[in-house]
Every structure is written in structure tokens, then in C-alpha cells.
Design a protein around this ligand. Structure first.
Ligand SMILES: *[C@@H]1O[C@H](CO)[C@@H](O)[C@H](O)[C@H]1NC(C)=O
Ligand SMILES: *[C@@H]1O[C@H](CO)[C@@H](O)[C@H](O)[C@H]1NC(C)=O
Ligand SMILES: *[C@@H]1O[C@H](CO)[C@@H](O)[C@H](O)[C@H]1NC(C)=O
Ligand SMILES: *[C@@H]1O[C@H](CO)[C@@H](O)[C@H](O)[C@H]1NC(C)=O
Ligand SMILES: *[C@@H]1O[C@H](CO)[C@@H](O)[C@H](O)[C@H]1NC(C)=O
Length: 532
């Protein structure tokens, strides 16, 4: 179809910064619920109860006003809630559409979150900061309060453009794609995404949305509930990176089939998430075998592990600390999300160690935290700093070096991506005498390495061995050849970190508000000797 002339002119005047998969590979994403991240100044800070399932008042403009909190932690992109008009009728059985996933007329923007001008300003401010905007989109379905809704208020007004109502029979792929998600109280009418009119109108809609707001990437809700061949055309119209939600578990194949030219650029890494829960949630099964298997299978079955979205929490899952109260379990699992293949994603509130259970309790108001620079926040900042440095100094070089497993043990796993070795453990905070992980590395004996979480330097032992003991508790250890850190601003010569993120026991003055990591240092002994 030919574009009308006025649209072409408009288009050429818009600052377009649509980003490709290749440009997203090196990014680090902060996922937030627009309604819950920040309030406009002067609003009542105590009024948000997630259990009430209603709007708490966050807006696009209040995100803009609080971008420092995100950027200072080293994130280079944000993922926000869907931006289009939602259901606005009487309160439903599951409350109001504060989360943005209850699409109605997608040709309009969601005025609960501000004006189109506000969203454009947010996009422009992100780009000014060299950050990307990822917008969540819901394509599979709309929302209704009965199984026989009046479609005249929706973008797709004709009943024939929807599949007829049926209840999903899970495990039957056709049924999962054609029947309606939700339930009888809040059904989610399912678009007939094989209908040429639906395909064409969705294509034009997404093309305009991306252009209008200079969106850099899309997170696609419920992607596996739409037939796979819908996505390549849809994402080509969008012209930006597409990361789909393909809800799944440890089964790599089930999720991996949705990545590639036949479907999407990227999918959320549910297999890694599931394996990390198995291996690191305390108390839990602590099954490291599953984690090693997922790394191994992922390498074989995904077309590009470097584009997967790695996460530990999201708006549909119980928070990590609802499954595992030990802070070290979160820190150790998080290290693997940042320093193995994939794009790290942190769900707002994870850096504040929130502990809400399932929806709606995992959608807490962030302002109750006072945006403190917690230990988790500082750890995230350090991980982003290291990853950003590797990205900036090697182009895609480091990103494209596949993660290798150096060793597994009942107590943890050691992996290497490029020059970075991460040794993580599931033993938790209490000190453990006699527990250690012996890691064979490719480094020559006596190579100077720095544990970037303490800034202590350590020499590699005989035969390239590194041995991590946990006499002071199960902290993660990240070793980088010391010479490699030159110019990174991480662990400069004085032995402390710029920004005082996580200090070593040698500099307790810097660590007063960071008790957990600083007092529970892993001691690297055995085959290693301290050279500082
Ligand atoms: C799967 O679901 C579809 C759509 O509801 C239905 O037509 C089909 O009979 C189901 N297949 C089986 C094997 O139950
Ligand atoms: C650990 O995970 C592997 C791989 O998923 C599985 O085969 C094994 O049964 C699990 N072991 C336990 C004790 O759960
Ligand atoms: C998990 O969430 C539930 C419900 O909000 C709560 O009762 C429980 O205490 C939480 N568990 C932890 C460990 O925080
Ligand atoms: C790396 O690049 C990002 C994105 O362009 C930038 O925001 C960041 O400041 C750079 N970081 C370093 C350590 O150079
Ligand atoms: C650490 O920060 C100081 C001042 O903020 C700066 O002058 C110095 O260059 C930084 N160190 C490194 C190694 O980047």
C-alpha cells in the first residue's frame, strides 16, 4: 500500500531511532510498571495497596523525572507497560486496568499515563541519555467483562475479526492460539490473527506507533498464543527489535522454537529463569544439574543466546525474595543473568529486594523504598558497569563469546564468558567451613585477577586453578584479569571501586551501609595467594 504523502513528510521530520536486534544485544534493561514506578511530585506517597488492583498514579512524566535512578544503576534501556487505551468500564472482578494489559482501542494512547506529548518527551529524554525505549504490546487479545462483549468500542470493531469464545485446553496448541485467555469473569477476546484484515491493520498500527513515539524495541505479550508466522511480518512492519513472551519452564526446545526468522528476534529466557530457581532459591531443590543442562541445551537450540532476555522477576511471577529470603541467593543468581549470554533485565523493585508473591502483590509501589541505594542496587550498578565496559571496549566481541561452564558442584557453578569468570554459589549467607568450589581456568598460574565485587586482587594458582572457599558465607565472585580492567573505572589502583559500590574488607570505611557483601567475603585461598 502507498503511504499518503502527508504521512511521508511527517515521517521524515520525526527523529527516528528504531533499534535493531544487533543494537539491543549490548543493552541492559530496567522493566517497570508505569503505574507503580514513580509518582508526580506532591502526590500521596502512602496510598498504594497492590492488593486493591487499582491505579496508584504513576505516569510517563514521572518516569522521565526519575530516570537518574535507573541510569545511575547503569541501565541503558527501559521497558514500560503497554501504552494504549485500556478497558475503562466498571471495576472488573480483578480490579482496574492499572497494569496496561487490558487493551481496548489501541488507536488511542492511555490517558491514565499522560498525554501523547508526555510519552514523546519520555522517549526524547531517553534518547538524549543514549538510552532505549522498549514498549510492551498486547496483540493476541483485548479484554472484556463477558464472553459476548460489544466490540464497538474496540479498535477491531467487527466480531468476525475475533475467534469465537472457547476455553483454552492447555497442551492443545490450536486451542492455546485460538481460544480466549483469561476466564469467564475477565475474558480476553482472542483476535483472529490469520485474518488478512487483522494482519494488515495490526501492521499499520505498529508501524505508526513505533514512528510516532520513536520506540526502539517491543516486548510482545503472550507471543506463543499467536501463530508463529504472524510475527516476522508484524516485526518487519515495526522495524525494531522484538522480544516475545513465550511462557515456559526448563524445556529449552519449547521456547527456542520461537526465536529466529520464522518467529521473533528474541524471547524471554524462561528456561534460564526456571533453572536459576532450581539452583539458587533457598530453601529449594538446589539442583545445579538443571542449570548446567539449560546452558548446554540453550547453546544448541536457540539461534542466538546473546539476544535472549534474562530475568529473575516480572509482573507475572512471584518476586525472587518471595521464593527465597536469603539475600545471597538473589545476588548469586543475578550475576549469571548479567555475565552469561543474553540481555539482562531487572524488574523494578528487585533492586529493593521486594518480596511480593504472585500478581497483584508483585506490583508494589516503588516509592515506598525511597529509591535507596541498597546493596542490591549497588551490586546491579557494578554488574552493569562491568558489562557496559566490556560492550563499549570490545564492540560485540565480548557479547558474542559464548558462555562456557568451567565446573559445576553441588554448591554452585563457575562459568566463563570471554575473559570474565563468575563463580556463584547456592549455599546462602551463613558461613560454611570446608565448602569450596575448585575452578579450572585457562589462565596461566600467577595471572593477576581482580574480584570486581571486592576489588581484591588474586593470583591464579598452579595449573590454572582457582579455589573459592566460603568460610564467610556464599557470596558471588567475579574474576577479571587485572590488566583488562584498565580504563574501566572499576577497582582502580587504590583498591576501592569508584562509586564505592561494594567494598572489600580492607576498606571498611566505604562499606558501612553495605554489610552483607562486605562482611561475607568469599576467601580465595588454597591454590591462590593474595598479591595485594
Ligand atoms: C484442539 O483445539 C481445537 C480448537 O479448540 C479443536 O478444534 C481440536 O479438536 C482440539 N484437538 C484435540 C486433539 O483435542
Ligand atoms: C535435577 O535436574 C535434572 C535436569 O532437569 C533432572 O534430570 C534431575 O532429576 C533433577 N534432580 C533432582 C534431585 O531434582
Ligand atoms: C510471599 O508472599 C505472600 C503473600 O503476599 C506472603 O504472605 C509471604 O509472607 C511472602 N513470603 C515471603 C518469604 O516474603
Ligand atoms: C557505554 O556505553 C553506554 C551506552 O552508549 C553509555 O551509556 C555508557 O556510559 C558507556 N559506559 C562506559 C563504561 O563507557
Ligand atoms: C575514579 O573517579 C575519579 C573521580 O570521580 C576519576 O578522576 C578517576 O579517573 C576514576 N578512576 C578510574 C580508574 O576511572
Amino acid at each position: 500500500m502507498l503511504l499518503p504523502v502527508y504521512l511521508l513528510i511527517l515521517t521524515s521530520l520525526q527523529p527516528i531511532s528504531a533499534a535493531t536486534a544487533e543494537q539491543w544485544r549490548g543493552r541492559s534493561i530496567y522493566q517497570l510498571i508505569t503505574d507503580r514506578f514513580a509518582l508526580p511530585s506532591g502526590a500521596d506517597l502512602n496510598a498504594c495497596d497492590p492488593g486493591k488492583q487499582t491505579w496508584c498514579g504513576g505516569t510517563w512524566n514521572s518516569i522521565l523525572e526519575n530516570l537518574d535512578y535507573i541510569q545511575n544503576a547503569g541501565f541503558t534501556a527501559i521497558w514500560i507497560s503497554p501504552v494504549n487505551q485500556n478497558y475503562e468500564g466498571p471495576r472488573s472482578a480483578y480490579g482496574d486496568a492499572y497494569h496496561g494489559y487490558w487493551s481496548a482501542d489501541i488507536s488511542k494512547s492511555n490517558d491514565r499515563f499522560g498525554t501523547p506529548k508526555d510519552l514523546k518527551a519520555l522517549s526524547a529524554e531517553l534518547h538524549r541519555r543514549d538510552m532505549y525505549l522498549m514498549v510492551d504490546v498486547v496483540v493476541n487479545n483485548v479484554m472484556a467483562t463477558s464472553t459476548a462483549p460489544d466490540f464497538s468500542k474496540y479498535f477491531f470493531m467487527d466480531k468476525s475479526l475475533y475467534h469465537p469464545y472457547c476455553r483454552i485446553v492447555w497442551g492443545n496448541e490450536t486451542s492455546e492460539q485460538e481460544c480466549w485467555m483469561g476466564d469467564e469473569k475477565v475474558p480476553l477476546p482472542d483476535l483472529d490473527t490469520r485474518n488478512p484484515t487483522v494482519i494488515e491493520q495490526y501492521g499499520e498500527w505498529i508501524q505508526n506507533l513505533v514512528k510516532e513515539y520513536s520506540i526502539d524495541g517491543l516486548r510482545i505479550d503472550a507471543a506463543k498464543h499467536v501463530q508463529m508466522d504472524f510475527w516476522p511480518k508484524f516485526c518487519a512492519k515495526a522495524g525494531v527489535f522484538c522480544m516475545g513472551e513465550v511462557f515456559g519452564g526448563l524445556d529449552v526446545e519449547a521456547v527456542a522454537q520461537y526465536q529466529g526468522p520464522q518467529a521473533l528476534d528474541s524471547v524471554l529466557n524462561f528456561p534460564l529463569y526456571s533453572a536459576l530457581v532450581e539452583a539458587f532459591a533457598i530453601p529449594g531443590p538446589q539442583n545445579v544439574t538443571a542449570l548446567a543442562q539449560v546452558f548446554d541445551e540453550s547453546k544448541k537450540k536457540f539461534t542466538d543466546t546473546g539476544l535472549l532476555g534474562n530475568f529473575l522477576e516480572n509482573q507475572d511471577l512471584p518476586r525472587w525474595h518471595n521464593q527465597s529470603v536469603d539475600p545471597q541467593s538473589l545476588y548469586n543468581a543475578m550475576v549469571l543473568n548479567f555475565l552469561t549470554d543474553g540481555i539482562p533485565i531487572v524488574y523494578y523493585g528487585q533492586e529493593q529486594s521486594f518480596s511480593g508473591s504472585n500478581d497483584p502483590y508483585n506490583r508494589e509501589a516503588l516509592w515506598t523504598s525511597n529509591y535507596e541505594k541498597t546493596t542490591a542496587y549497588e551490586l546491579i550498578s557494578t554488574l552493569n558497569q562491568l558489562r557496559n565496559f566490556m560492550v563499549n571496549s570490545t564492540g560485540t566481541g565480548w557479547l558474542k563469546q559464548a558462555t562456557a561452564i568451567l565446573t559445576t558442584s553441588p554448591y554452585g557453578i563457575a562459568v566463563m564468558k570471554g575473559e570474565i569468570i563468575s563463580v556463584v554459589t547456592n549455599i546462602g549467607s551463613p558461613p560454611q567451613n570446608g565448602i569450596h568450589i575448585a575452578v579450572p581456568t585457562p589462565y596461566a598460574s600467577s595471572t593477576a585477577t581482580t574480584n570486581i565485587l571486592t576489588c581484591k586482587q588474586w593470583a591464579v594458582g598452579a595449573g590454572g586453578m582457582v579455589d573459592v572457599e566460603y568460610t564467610k558465607g556464599g557470596v558471588p565472585v567475579i574474576l577479571v584479569p587485572t590488566t583488562r580492567l584498565k580504563g574501566s573505572g572499576i577497582c582502580d589502583a587504590s583498591g576501592t571501586k569508584n562509586g564505592s559500590a561494594v567494598a572489600s574488607s580492607d576498606s571498611p570505611r566505604v562499606s558501612i551501609n553495605l554489610p552483607l557483601i562486605s562482611f561475607m567475603l568469599a576467601f580465595l585461598t588454597f591454590d591462590m595467594r593474595a598479591i595485594l
